[in-house]
Each structure stands twice: as structure tokens, then as C-alpha cells.
Write a protein of this length. Structure first.
Length: 233
């Protein structure tokens, strides 16, 4: 009887331990690949195979994620009911940090996104940053659109789409910004006072651009370009 009781106790402990998945930091979650880090952001490229799941991991910072391709995922936040999400290519969402979760890919194709943590979120909550002159709105461009999605923690997030030859007219970047590419594209940047520069990006690329310049941005390639920008004051 003592042996049987001991075996039952061991089995019960094993079941309990398996039910309580160990929590890891986001940097230790194997599906999150650190791509870029500076005092403003920490950028991860995330990829989950069909029907796969992440480890239980913690998000300590507020963040934005940009979906690459359509997918369906289950979000299992610790202490809350599971939630299923159907996502489209380019869907961009903000989530406040301070939670632990497991993400499960429910679809038959890889789930990919770019996750951007705001490293100065605590500072933004204590001392709200200056307001943008415009925090929502759609602009029709010459051969494209510029859709300001939202402002969170002082960061303005915009969805930009340019047809071949389309352009964003002359505009100034006072602060830095992050660009997340949703398509492969080629853009020409004509900075005031400098020679023009051509940039080629792949879908899923994340590029940091310092501020302090004025330019015109044109799609110089042969296919439509779509990208998300995150602007910092």
C-alpha cells in the first residue's frame, strides 16, 4: 500500500507540474527571434509552424505586433479564458504589457509576425509624451494611401500602401521611426540637400531610421509596396 501511495503521489506531482507550464522571458522563447534593439524598441521576428505553440512567456513591456500573412491563433493568457483570433495580412495591434501567455497556431500555415516592444513604455505612462498633430486619419496620396491607425505610448502607427510610381509628398521626420515591411519592394528616398537613395526591402524586414530629415518617398519598383511605420517623437 505504501508503494502504491508513493506512486500515486509521484504521478499526481507530474500531472500538476505539466499543467503549470514554466514561464520564460520573451528573449528565451525559441519562436521569438531578436532582430533589432535600441533604447526605443526591441523587435522580434516570430514564426510558429502549423498547429505549434509557444512556451509560456512573459511580456513585460507594451508592444505592437504586425501580422505577416493570414492566420488563426489561440491566445491563452494566464488566468484568463482562451481567445481565438482570425488575422489578416498586415493586421496591426497594440497590447499593454504585464502578462504571461501561450500562443497557438490553429491554422495549416505558418503564423508569422513582427513584435515590437516599447522600451520606454513606463516613462510614457508617468510623463505622457507630446501629442501628435494628427492621431487618426486616412490620406489619399498620389498612387497610394497613408492610414494613421493609432497612437499608443506616444508612438504613432501608420499603414502605408504605394502603387508603382506612387509617392508620399515632401514631409519631415523630426524623430526616429521603425519601418516594418509587409511586401517586397523598392523605394527611392529623395532627402532634401542630399543625393537620392534607393532602398530594397523584403516582407518581414524591420528597419530603424534616425530622424532629423525631410524627404519625398517614391515606390520606384514594379510592384505595390506596403509597410507599417512606428514614429517616435
Amino acid at each position: 500500500m505504501k508503494l502504491r501511495s508513493a506512486l500515486l503521489l509521484i504521478i499526481s506531482c507530474a500531472v500538476l507540474l505539466s499543467a503549470q507550464a514554466p514561464e520564460v522571458e520573451i528573449t528565451a522563447e525559441p519562436h521569438h527571434h531578436l532582430a533589432l534593439q535600441n533604447p526605443f524598441v526591441r523587435v522580434f521576428k516570430v514564426e510558429l509552424a502549423p498547429q505549434a505553440a509557444t512556451l509560456m512567456h512573459r511580456h513585460r513591456h507594451d508592444y505592437v505586433f504586425v501580422t505577416l500573412g493570414p492566420s488563426e491563433v489561440e491566445n491563452d493568457v494566464q488566468g484568463k479564458p482562451s481567445a481565438a483570433l482570425k488575422l489578416k495580412d498586415g493586421d496591426t495591434y497594440f497590447l499593454p504589457g504585464g502578462f504571461t501567455h501561450i500562443a497557438k497556431n490553429l491554422s495549416g500555415q505558418p503564423f508569422r509576425n513582427v513584435t515590437i516592444e516599447f522600451m520606454q513604455d513606463e516613462k510614457a505612462r508617468k510623463s505622457p509624451p507630446p501629442k501628435w498633430d494628427e492621431e487618426r486619419g486616412m490620406h489619399i496620396l498620389e498612387g497610394g494611401t497613408q492610414d494613421i491607425l493609432f497612437v499608443k505610448d506616444g508612438v504613432r502607427v501608420t499603414d502605408i500602401q504605394l502603387q508603382p510610381g506612387g509617392s508620399i509628398p515632401r514631409h519631415h521626420h523630426a524623430g526616429p521611426h521603425l519601418v516594418v515591411s509587409l511586401t517586397d519592394y523598392e523605394l527611392r528616398s529623395d532627402v532634401v540637400g542630399k543625393r537620392g537613395k534607393t532602398m530594397q526591402q523584403k516582407a518581414g524586414d524591420a528597419s530603424w531610421v534616425p530622424g532629423g530629415f525631410t524627404h519625398v518617398l517614391t515606390n520606384s519598383g514594379k510592384q505595390a509596396a506596403r509597410f507599417i511605420t512606428l514614429e517616435f517623437h
